[in-house]
Design a protein around this ligand. Structure first.
Ligand code: SUG
Length: 456
């Protein structure tokens, strides 16, 4: 039987990474607003995480940063004139627009798209829908860039890259961060869980922040991806979670193959749907779903948000590499943000999961992605999961696949070109803006010349 392993595409942060406090309902982003950021460090941290995952045997690709600043955005908001005039006026009149035009939020590729592998889709094609990200003005511009890049990754073979959903409030979509795919060991049998915060335009619930995903958007994606309705499940995010800073489902729930971990307050009235999920999982895969509910006393909601425990990545190490025998490899590894080591409740939870014989997670690795965490993005936010058989992996651009050589090339480009430290005021300096723009172009031309030409 064909094996479908999880391949990851991680976003590399761009040279203009800075904290603009722009993420709706994103507590970390608000806390860091206006603080100096460290683009070089951010990129190197992300790269080290990619390298770790690749070393664990998970096929890993890098998603290069698109070009910033987005001059078109400033133009369309009425900032005209020379480069210096546009930047100075934006800084003075609407600093958040300036910030948005330089945003590096695209690095969080868990928001780039929703993905369904061919084995789950009635037309036997792989489906990708770029997220429209219209809840926030710095990210709503990403969709067209992501679509072009997805075509670069999946332009051949039986793949469909859809248009993003129409940019309408009732169809707010934030991609894979609000979607979980459960599967059997072969990766071929998949069930899809879509998590939404609001129905469409209807206001139901008592949230402090705008919910970023609507059920109308999720349902549209399930239809576009030709999924069997019996294998699709919808769960509503708990309004208390949204108000506590859980702006995406991947901040309060996670899954990998037959394991699903979620906080007790992740979902509102979800029990009937979760029971249907468990029954269906058993029926389709012949094995029970391992669902572990993390209680409020085990990990208070506030600690879930501070530690980003649920944004850990659970991996099947060496799944693509048959040279490691099953006996000498951990069944699953959890890659946690370093904060999970520092916050007592989270660190006890991680230890208890690794020790629990019922949970197939045998090993933990901690990673520092502090610069990403400052904008509200943990290890799992930085990656888009794609379930790929050997044929799909071969069709993906091999020049963007992480190995030691690519890591070295990227490291030296980042060390040479990325600013060490950046503030909002510096973004209004025409020399800094032009440098950032050049670096974005040069990186693409250096690492992915074929893709850079296609994008022009
Ligand atoms: O959309 N942060 C991102 C973080 C995305 C995290 N992704 C997942 N949970 N999958 C967001 O809120 C902060 C930007 C700033 O501070 O300028 C930001 O956009």
């Amino acid at each position: 039987m064909a094996m479908w392993v999880e391949a990851n595409i991680d976003g590399l942060v761009g040279p203009s990474h800075h904290y603009g406090g722009l993420g709706v309902g994103n507590v970390a982003s608000l806390e860091h607003e206006g603080l100096p950021s460290h683009p070089r460090q951010a990129a190197l941290q992300g790269l080290r995480k990619m390298q770790l995952v690749a070393e664990l045997g998970v096929p890993q690709w890098v998603w290069l940063p698109p070009v910033r600043p987005r001059w078109e955005m400033l133009d369309r908001l009425g900032f005209h004139g020379s480069i210096g005039q546009r930047l100075a006026r934006a800084l003075q009149e609407q600093p958040r627009a300036l910030s948005a035009a330089f945003s590096s939020a695209f690095m969080w590729t868990a928001n780039a798209a929703t993905v369904a592998p061919a084995c789950d889709c009635r037309d036997a094609r792989h489906h990708f829908t770029p997220a429209n990200l219209i809840a926030s003005w710095h990210r709503g511009w990403e969709a067209e860039e992501r679509q072009a890049d997805l075509r670069r990754f999946f332009g051949s073979g039986p793949c469909v890259v859809h248009d993003a959903l129409p940019p309408l409030g009732p169809l707010r979509d934030e991609g894979a961060a609000n979607h979980m795919r459960l599967s059997d060991d072969s990766g071929c049998v998949g069930l899809h869980i879509f998590v939404y915060g609001a129905i469409d335009e209807e206001v139901r619930g008592d949230w402090a922040f705008l919910p970023r995903q609507t059920r109308a958007a999720s349902q549209s994606i399930a239809r576009l991806h030709a999924l069997d309705p019996q294998d699709v499940f919808y769960l509503q995010q708990h309004p208390q979670a949204i108000s506590a800073g859980v702006f995406h489902n991947d901040v309060i729930a996670t899954s990998h193959q037959n394991v699903m971990l979620h906080h007790a307050r992740a979902f509102l009235d979800g029990e009937a749907e979760l029971e249907r999920l468990e029954r269906r999982f058993l029926q389709r895969t012949g094995q029970p779903l391992i669902r572990r509910i993390i209680s409020e006393s085990e990990l208070p909601l506030a600690d879930a948000v501070r530690s980003y425990f649920f944004n850990s990545q659970i991996l099947s190490p060496f799944s693509a590499d048959r040279s490691h025998s099953a006996a000498d490899r951990p069944r699953m590894v959890i890659v946690c943000p370093q904060q999970c080591q520092e916050i007592g409740t989270a660190s006890r939870l991680v230890a208890s999961l690794v020790q629990d014989p019922q949970i197939p997670i045998d090993e933990v690795r901690f990673v520092s992605v502090q610069e990403s965490m400052g904008g509200g993005g943990g290890p799992a936010c930085l990656r888009l999961r794609v379930w790929a058989d050997a044929t799909l992996q071969e069709a993906m651009p091999q020049g963007l696949r992480i190995d030691g050589r690519l890591v070295d090339r990227l490291t030296s480009a980042i060390e040479q070109w990325y600013p060490e430290r950046l503030t909002l005021n510096e973004l209004a300096d025409p020399h800094v803006a032009q440098h950032i723009e050049q670096v974005s172009h040069r990186l693409r031309a250096l690492i992915d010349p074929a893709g850079a030409t296609q994008a022009q």
